[in-house]
Design a protein. Structure first.
Length: 259
């Protein structure tokens, strides 16, 4: 799902007909932050105790296309995976579509994460655990394989073929992405922040409370009359780009769209 927020109003809009306004009176339920057994400041505690560096650093996390803080539950699950790797003396390996766990480690980890999932009584906790585990596995499995900017194998990197440009003044995109689409090589949503930059096109991962809270707060700050939803579902009415833009002339002197 693609969402557009306009922080600054303009006298005319380039998207007059094919954008659908969202309802902003209440945020989705996934904004509730779940409490799990381990501390959300796990990486800071390890550094304080002189232990190993965190399995995922903030720098690595943000290099994948976001300027958000590293989600606490994603880090916690990544640390659990590394701990389990040491405990069972089995190497963590990934492969196949989506970079799924493989081998003997997968068998042990699958039992462990299913038990953890079943022990969570609240549906919101289960959703957030599912999302965070998906993301943690994809992060660990994509290291030294995918380009962090274009999400393609390094030998197929297309970054040099992308020409950055500025988005219209006052417009900001939010790409609301399912965890299973995160780091997928055929994901085209990543092109938005490759072209416009992560400040103008922001990634929000479904089920990650920190991401959703940042996005929702931005919508509230912009005002619900300045937020639109692109492609909200497969049954939404569509209109061709030619038909949409032919109705509005950008040479109109009353159209104040600063590049």
């Amino acid at each position: 799902m693609l969402l557009v927020a306009r922080a600054v109003s303009s006298k005319c809009s380039p998207y007059p007909t094919f954008l659908t306004k969202t309802h902003m009176d209440s945020p989705p339920k996934t904004f509730n932050v779940c409490s799990f057994s381990r501390s959300s400041s796990l990486s800071a505690q390890r550094e304080k105790d002189g232990g190993d560096a965190p399995s995922i650093s903030l720098q690595e996390w943000q290099a994948w296309g976001t300027n958000s803080p590293l989600p606490a539950l994603v880090l916690e699950i990544a640390e659990d995976l590394k701990d389990l790797e040491r405990d069972v003396d089995a190497h963590m390996s990934f492969g196949g579509i989506g970079g799924k766990l493989q081998g003997d480690f997968k068998v042990v980890e699958d039992k462990k994460h299913r038990a953890t999932y079943q022990a969570l009584g609240d549906s919101e906790e289960k959703l957030q655990f599912f999302a965070a585990r998906q993301i943690a596995c994809r992060l660990l499995g994509s290291r030294d394989y995918l380009c962090q900017k274009c999400w393609l194998p390094r030998e197929d990197c297309m970054c040099t073929k992308v020409t950055p440009c500025s988005l219209w003044h006052g417009i900001r995109f939010w790409v609301y992405m399912h965890p299973k689409d995160f780091l997928r090589q055929n994901n085209t949503g990543k092109l938005l922040w490759q072209v416009f930059g992560i400040q103008a096109a922001t990634l929000c991962l479904f089920g990650i409370s920190e991401h959703e809270e940042i996005m929702w707060n931005a919508f509230k700050l912009a005002g619900k009359d300045r937020v639109w939803c692109l492609y909200p579902n497969k049954n939404a009415p569509t209109q061709s780009v030619h038909d949409t833009f032919s109705k509005h002339s950008f040479s109109d002197p009353d159209c104040n769209l600063n590049m």
